[in-house]
Design a protein around this ligand. Sequence first.
Ligand code: GLU
Length: 432
Amino acid sequence: MSTIQQTLEKKIVQKVETGSINPYENAMKQLEIAARIIKLDPSIQEILSEPKRILTVSLPIKMDDGKVRNFQGYRVQFNDARGPFKGGIRYHPNVTLDEVKALAAWMTWKCAVVDIPYGGAKGGIVCDPKNMSMGEKERLTRRYTAMIGDFIGPYRDVPAPDVYTDPQTMSWILDTYSQMKGYQVPECVTGKPIALGGSEGRNNSTSRGCIITAREAAKVLKFPLKGATGAVQGYGNAGYWSAVFLSELGVKVVGVSDSKGGIYSKSGINPAKVQIHKDKTGSVVGFEGTEEISNEELLELDVDVLVPAALENAITKRNAPNIKAKIIAEAANGPTTPEADKILQNNKVFLVPDILANSGGVTVSYLEWVQNLNREHWTEEAVNAKLEEKMVSAFKSTFEMAGRYNVSMRDGAMALAVGKVAEAIQKLGMWP
Ligand code: GLU
């Protein structure tokens, strides 16, 4: 077989494999492991095996060509024992109900790990935002908000951005929700533009938090980050800012990628210049002075720190054995399958799990909500100082849990989170 054929074959196998991995099954496998570790009451595990509420909505939208298209949308509210539901909304052609369910479960654990008083939810619309006009996206967002309007709100469920949604999307949600209520409700959504009550620092908080956890991991390992090498998979908001913050810590970022492919340069890549190239051409690929690599090759690069910042199931049992990074900090949600987790653990890779590593985003969402409820606006320094404190403390609690039960950081974080959610459920009791 020629090399091209082999690469093609590899790509097809990978596609079939990732497509068949169900994120909700993975989330439930993780829950099962945590349940065993903390000897969770089986009735609580029974409650946590399904979301509290699932909304499925159909969204007829008039497209720019005059035709009407019906889009499928979801809002999954997983658990609210610890506080109002909280979680982003994703626009992507591959959104499925099981994916949104998994993401809603992960939000529940995430808020518990980083100790903010929220439950977990997630929304998704099956659409291809890259091929939609601003007007089409606005109509879709407003219709979706109207359809889930009775089930969201500042004390019920607070949406935020996720993959391919941004502060503009949040503005449309805020306006639609407020118009329906008849008064302005800035606290109904987070990740808004500053002009509408958004928080300083929210824009890059997911990555800031993620790289803080990578830094804490390096401290534990007594591994100096200055002069180390790094790679980032995904070059959306989370990927770009992760590359920036890694560079600020003195890590030489040698590879980055997006959905169209990856780039590598032994001497390092300037994240801001790559972003300018991506804005112009639509991809990181082709950036001057770099060699083109595949996403698969990016994950297997010989680097010290790896940040998966794209979608679920990037690291599977197939490529996990080839991963050379010492530290993985998961900026994405669910990038590693449970089978891959075991392999990485056996290979002594220090993995900071998603529910800890990317909890900086929802942490600053929480700070935004608190500012809105109090009609305050804090400085970026104040926000970043609070984020730093939350991330370091959550890292410490997770590390202690992992040590106490002699398990991985993922299992430690899950044990910590599930324990907190279970305690809240227990204290609330059951009605009726
Ligand atoms: N979508 C982000 C996440 O997965 C942020 C959620 C939020 O701020 O509510 O954590």
